[in-house]
Design a protein around this ligand. Structure first.
Ligand code: NAP
Length: 260
């Protein structure tokens, strides 16, 4: 498939590891110059070097916390007129809502709802004027099928999804699309460290627990981040301009539903 993305520019947030990194790599393979962000410089520079070496595109690493105004300003300064924006950040911790204070909720809303909204606000009008834009929000399968212990994630990501459902329809006529990518379990550092904690607690091998997690879906395995990146590149393709306001679930069929 020719995605028609050669020479485009993208900001991919939270992309030194995991799903963000996979999206950056997939876009770079399509000839997109990428700006990638993360808070920790070492892994960020390593990811940038790997993407550069694998693809030959221009890769700019911007260290910073994307949930802060300064972090967002730095990313935008490195790429003021992106053609593609991939929103991503770490997820809120699990827990019992009885223990969460206002500050906890504000942190979750900042990271998983307001940060994407402010980044979209900064770039969407330019995209409309240039008649091309692709915005992908990495959210979670929990948007469709809430996970009780991840209440802050459920709430903040649902808020973002609701907001962009309206906006996506306001900008689509300018060839600007906004869609969500909803991961089920993908084998990233995050999943691995969660699984390691469970393995330590239960005294069982981590690989056994990962395999068990995988068997919970009809695909019989957890997802490979490269598969997630490929879906991101597909949504960003020039030929995907008619895919508007959708939420694409990548969970190996775990969500049991006839339609979507
Ligand atoms: P990961 O492997 O831990 O990678 C997270 C990446 O985001 C790292 O590069 C990290 O670098 C960066 N990051 C985190 N917070 C940041 C911030 N405030 N500012 C800038 N960069 C930041 O995680 P992942 O599995 O790819 O998960 C990505 C998102 O998908 C999360 O919101 C997660 O909740 C969601 N999700 C993942 C899965 C899954 O199975 N993997 C399933 C459902 C939902 P630094 O730490 O150096 O900043």
């Amino acid at each position: 498939m020719d995605t028609g993305l050669t020479g485009k520019r993208a900001i991919i947030c939270a992309a030194s590891k995991g799903l963000g990194r996979a999206c950056a790599m997939a876009l770079a393979r399509e000839g997109v110059d990428v700006v990638i962000t993360a808070r920790t410089v070492g892994p960020l520079e390593s990811a940038a070097a790997e993407i550069r070496a694998a693809t030959g595109v221009t890769v700019t690493a911007v260290a910073g916390d994307i949930t802060t105004e300064a972090g967002r300003a730095a990313a935008l300064a490195a790429c003021p007129e992106p053609d593609i924006l991939v929103n991503n950040a770490g997820g809120p911790p699990p827990g019992d809502f009885r223990n969460w204070e206002r500050e906890d909720w504000i942190r979750a809303l900042d990271a998983n709802m307001l940060t994407p909204i402010f980044l979209i606000r900064a770039v969407v009008d330019g995209m409309c004027a240039r008649k091309f834009g692709r915005i992908v929000n990495i959210t979670s399968g929990s948007v469709k099928s809430p996970i009780a212990t991840l209440g802050m994630s459920n709430g903040a990501r649902a808020g973002l999804t609701g907001f962009v459902a309206g906006l996506a329809r306001q900008v689509a006529s300018h060839n600007v699309t906004i869609n969500g990518l909803l991961p089920g379990p993908f084998l990233t550092d995050r999943l691995r460290s969660n699984m390691q904690a469970a393995a330590d607690r239960l005294g069982r091998p981590i690989d056994e627990l990962i395999a068990e997690r995988g068997r919970a879906s009809p695909a019989g395995r957890v997802g490979d981040p490269d598969e997630f990146g490929a879906a991101c590149a597909f949504l960003c393709a020039a030929s995907s301009g008619y895919i508007v306001g959708q939420n694409l679930l990548l969970d190996g069929g775990a969500f049991n539903s006839m339609m979507g």
